[in-house]
Design a protein around this ligand. Structure first.
Ligand code: ZN
Ligand code: ZN
Length: 281
């Protein structure tokens, strides 16, 4: 019995825990929920609450003045945000997934979930985000219990058939275009094989143990010396890597995507991150 209790403690099987908080990392009852929201003290996943401010915030597809917005512009606005954030978070380590909610309910609107490969990377990102602002709004970041996004996302939404719309309690993850996905996540290609074979829904403890076992398989690309540019690698990804090192050294010199507009605007926003940090220590 005690063993059984120990095995369910902190999981959704434990009836005192809120299944929504456990699975989705957000519950519409917030702090007033009658069940427990077990906030993890460490996790590979961070939640940045309500961070993405969509241009059609009041009514989907329509600007605050009531004029319809071209869906292409909405997507561009989103992809600019996604790229901006990705580059910022990538400084702390390899991003396993970056999911931004398209939901409209208060507890989920604009929620950003970033899962790093390692808990320490998430901890580093959290430290750097605390007290910072983005587009004039304070960033509310915390560790999240969500590590299995397949459990957290709405399958109907993926099939375009969710009739709960923006008020669904499961994640409606907004997608980026294939080109941007390749540009951002392509830099991790070496490790893709491993992350695909990684089975889902394992406890952090078990994952750690398994990671220990597999460490030998993928030690080289996680080697920090390499990450910071020892330059000993000369694969077809060397260009990608160089870009990344440059961007780490001096973000303003970064050549951002020539494909889409708004890179000037984005650069201005990136500078704003830091300026605001200095003004709001
Ligand atoms: Zn709850
Ligand atoms: Zn749904």
């Amino acid at each position: 019995m005690a063993e059984h209790l120990a095995s369910i403690f902190g999981t959704e099987k434990d009836r005192v825990n809120c299944p929504f908080y456990f699975k989705i990392g957000a519950c519409r009852h917030g702090d007033r929920c009658s069940r427990l929201h077990n906030r993890p003290t460490i996790s590979p996943t961070l939640l940045l609450s309500n961070m993405y401010q969509r241009p059609d915030m009041i009514t989907p597809g329509v600007d605050p003045q009531g004029n319809p917005i071209d869906p292409k512009k909405i997507q561009e606005h989103f992809e600019d945000f996604f790229e901006d954030l990705f580059e910022e978070l990538d400084k702390h380590g390899e991003i396993e997934s970056l999911n931004i909610c398209d939901n409209l309910a208060d507890h989920m609107v604009g929620n950003v979930y970033v899962q790093f490969k390692e808990e320490e990377q998430a901890a580093s990102a959290l430290r750097s985000l605390q007290g910072r602002f983005y587009s004039g709004k304070p960033i509310l970041a915390d560790f999240s219990p969500v590590t299995d996004f397949r459990e957290a996302t709405c399958r109907q939404f993926e099939e375009n058939s969710c009739n709960r719309g923006g008020y669904c309690n499961f994640m409606h993850v907004k997608q980026i275009g294939r080109e941007l996905k390749k540009k951002l996540f392509g830099r991790y290609r070496r490790s893709l094989r491993f992350s695909r074979s990684r089975s889902r829904s394992v406890s952090p403890q078990r994952r750690r143990e398994r990671d220990e076992r597999h460490r030998g398989d993928y030690q080289d690309h996680r080697d920090r010396g390499d990450y910071h540019g020892s330059g000993r690698r000369s694969t077809d990804r060397s260009t990608d890597r160089r870009d990344r090192h440059d961007s780490n050294r001096d973000r303003r010199r970064r050549t951002s995507s020539p494909i889409r507009e708004g890179s000037e605007e984005r650069r201005a926003r990136i500078e704003q991150w830091n300026r605001e940090k200095e003004e709001n220590p």
